[in-house]
Design a binder for this molecule. Structure first.
Ligand SMILES: *Cc1c(COP(=O)(O)O)cnc(C)c1O
Length: 421
């Protein structure tokens, strides 16, 4: 459920009419709903209660500081995967003891940044990383709390580019080698082993793979404890999927996911962390675009939009589906027509949908891509020198621009001419 609905024939974000935002900021733009972000965060928090827990929002899905502050104010923790994301969390006012640091290639500079600024834990992904973190912590005279990310070798049954829990993926250490790696971690100075981390992939539409992974984590917890380690925290990752196609999908709900967590690891006396990204941010955002031309081709018709693959790359990168709806609600029984929906970028890959049945639109009409809050704005680029598009946050009946569109001057001034030219 989200807060992008038609009222009086016009699509609204909460109580704000989308055309009013378009008027103020121009198209295309992203718009996010505070009420949806809040509700999704709370669903997870409630699903894990009464277990001691922290819901750490995966910043990489949607990293605008205003969004982070919205969630941080509710008590959310943050899952960061780079020094830049760590600084975003801090800029949003989230204290270090609510920030977990994930990622397979943390640099020593990033480790120093987090150790000096404050960190809840590092989710360590390899032995070389563990040794580097030990050295950095010792050099700073501090102790780094760590979990070790284990790779449980389960098939998440999702898109291959976002599956992370099979043994051929680059993530974590093989669960079969955990005893050995934890033993080394316990010997290294500057590290304090506190738990186990696992994250098997993104956009999972069934609970079964989570169940397999968490049962393995429960076994591992008992084994590591019997080997003398103190395991007090389990980080169970993110990855719960969302319904991109309203008409034919119903992924599991956070409540079912919470029940699964309680069933598999709830009796271990551990504090539980989860790292949802997409399920909090995905349906909390839409991308609004204007129809530039409707072009009749041979055997197919093209709807050419002012948004392109550089603004929303998921369709061309993952073959992802986004529902596309007109901002002006089509009257009942409006005729539809099949369109290829495309952007202006000079690549055939710049296609949002092929042969999509859509209500007739005219030049200048607004359309919205649903479920564009996650992995939308954060993956945007300025390919074709198309400025990064604005992000807008709605709260009840008002809205604010939370990232403005850069001017062409700002873009051109980032390039510098060497002295010999
Ligand atoms: C990407 C990622 C997440 C978030 O995944 P979602 O599918 O957006 O919930 C969480 N944890 C880690 C380590 C990740 O890499």
């Amino acid at each position: 459920m989200d807060h992008f609905l038609y009222h009086n024939g016009t699509l609204h974000a909460e109580d704000v009419a989308i055309p009013d935002i378009a008027e103020a900021v121009g198209t295309p733009f992203y718009v996010y709903s505070t009420a949806t972000l809040t509700r999704h965060y709370q669903l997870f928090a409630e699903a894990l209660s009464p277990l001691p827990h922290l819901v750490c929002f995966a910043i990489k899905s949607l990293s605008n500081v205003a969004v982070l502050k919205t969630l941080g104010n509710l008590g959310a923790g943050m899952d960061v995967v780079s020094g830049g994301e760590y600084l975003r969390a801090k800029a949003a006012g989230v204290p270090g003891d609510r920030i977990v640091f994930s990622g397979v290639g943390k640099t020593r500079d990033e480790m120093r940044l987090a150790l000096t600024g404050g960190i809840r834990q590092f989710n360590v992904e390899s032995e070389p990383e563990m040794r580097a973190l030990s050295e950095v912590a010792v050099s700073l005279g501090v102790t780094a709390p760590i979990t070790i990310r284990v790779n449980p070798d389960v098939d998440a049954r999702t898109h291959e580019k976002i599956a992370t829990g099979k043994k051929e993926n680059k993530f974590g250490i093989p669960i079969a080698r955990a005893s050995e790696v934890y033993a080394e971690a316990a010997r290294l100075p500057g590290l304090q082993v506190i738990g186990i981390d696992v994250h098997i992939g993104s956009q999972l539409t069934e609970l079964e793979p989570f169940e397999q992974a968490y049962l393995k984590v429960a076994d591992l917890t008992r084994r590591l404890r019997s080997e003398g380690h103190t395991i007090t925290r389990l980080d169970l990752g993110g990855g719960l999927g969302i319904p991109y196609e309203r008409s034919n999908s119903a992924p599991p709900l956070p409540t079912d996911y919470g029940a699964l967590i309680k069933r598999t690891v709830g009796d271990l006396g551990c504090e539980i962390e989860i790292e949802p990204g997409r399920l909090i941010s995905g349906n909390a955002g839409i991308l609004v675009s204007k129809v530039i031309y409707v072009k009749n081709g041979e055997g197919r018709d093209f709807m050419i939009l002012d948004a392109a693959m550089n603004d929303l790359v998921r369709p061309s990168m993952y073959g992802a589906h986004h529902d596309i709806i007109p901002v002006a609600e089509p009257p009942v029984a409006t005729p539809t027509q099949e369109f290829d929906v495309v952007g202006p970028v000079c690549e055939t890959g710049d296609t949002f949908a092929k042969g999509r049945d859509l209500p007739l639109v005219a030049e200048g009409d607004l359309v919205a891509f649903r479920s564009a809050g996650a992995y939308g704005a954060v993956m945007a680029s300025e390919y074709n020198t198309r400025p990064l598009i604005p992000e807008v946050l709605v709260h009840g009946d008002h809205f604010a621009v939370i990232r403005a569109r850069p001017s062409f001057d700002e873009i051109l001034n980032r390039d510098t001419i060497p002295s010999w030219l």
